[in-house]
Design a protein around this ligand. Structure first.
Ligand code: 18C
Length: 258
């Protein structure tokens, strides 16, 4: 019948996002899958060597001491539980450029170099200089995605943002005053709803969000290990506390975004 009418019904549906045609897409798919899998693993399951280096209420931060060519590249894994917000809200504020200067205290300048699609951007960021080291910049793609909640099909979706270093012909590394850092970051957020009593409305008091943040930053050029580890110890807890407080503040009087 198809042959008679001459119509051709495509076997595979067309891609839902134009990003799927982009040169970076295979890497984005691969990285998101791998990073989400790693982020979902508990500290015990990730292998040994994780040491707790910061703790504040529900927030726990672990690191593994690692060096590459004498440079500190310690992987970091942090878990936090924050009441009153959803995973979608957390990821939305982490991904979207319009909020970045509000919460990213290490930032000096940020530009979006490319909009691959609504959910995928390429950023160039310069960060504040730490004396006596050179100033750092980072060029990375950033992708936000909703993931199915396999354990609770009726429960809220899981959300993630993955950031990963890339290159751009117009912005080669180490070309000016900055040394280029290489980063891989994954933020994974899962919302839990504590159902309200019968007849009562669902409010932000019924929500809590489990946040997992994993990061590996290669400083890109030599920096004293002791200074670097001191910067880690100070900046990561500062970031996660400030960022989550910011999301709570931004969303408290807004409708819940599941
Ligand atoms: O994930 C985070 N932010 C995202 C959006 O911005 C994105 C960015 C990652 C930034 C990677 C770090 C870039 C280098 C920063 C230089 C340090 C400046 C400190 C200034 C203090 C006044 O994914 C949240 C990121 C939270 C950042 C925590 C700090 C990480 C430190 C890494 C050190 C890297 C090399 C520094 C070299 C100098 C050392 C003496």
């Amino acid at each position: 019948d198809r042959l008679k009418t001459g119509s051709v019904i495509p076997v595979t549906p067309p891609p839902t996002s134009p990003a799927t045609n982009h040169r970076l897409w295979p890497e984005i798919e691969r990285m998101v899958e791998a990073q989400v899998m790693m982020a979902k693993m508990g500290i015990g399951e990730c292998g040994s060597g994780w040491q707790l280096f910061a703790e504040d209420g529900e927030m726990k931060m672990y690191r593994r001491e690692e060096e590459v060519d004498g440079m500190v590249v310690d992987p970091l894994k942090a878990v936090h539980v924050v009441k009153g917000i959803t995973g979608h809200e957390v990821c939305h504020h982490f991904f979207s450029p319009q909020y970045r200067y509000d919460w990213e205290t290490t930032l000096e300048h940020m530009t979006v170099l490319e909009t691959i699609s609504d959910d995928t951007l390429v950023f160039l960021q310069t960060h504040k200089r730490i004396w006596p080291a050179s100033q750092r910049d980072g060029l990375f793609w950033s992708h936000i995605r909703k993931l199915p909640n396999e354990k609770d099909r009726d429960g809220p979706d899981i959300w993630t943002v993955v950031n990963n270093s890339t290159d751009h012909p117009d912005y080669p590394p180490n070309n000016g005053k900055c040394v280029r850092v290489f980063l891989t970051v994954c933020l994974l957020c899962q919302t839990t709803v504590d159902p309200p009593k019968e007849g009562m409305p669902l409010t932000r008091d019924n929500l809590s969000c489990k946040i997992t943040y994993c990061s590996v930053v290669n400083p890109g050029g030599w920096a004293p290990a002791s200074v670097l580890r001191a910067v880690y110890k100070r900046e990561y807890p500062k970031f996660l506390k400030r960022f989550t407080a910011y999301v709570k503040n931004q969303t408290q009087s807004k409708p819940i975004m599941f």
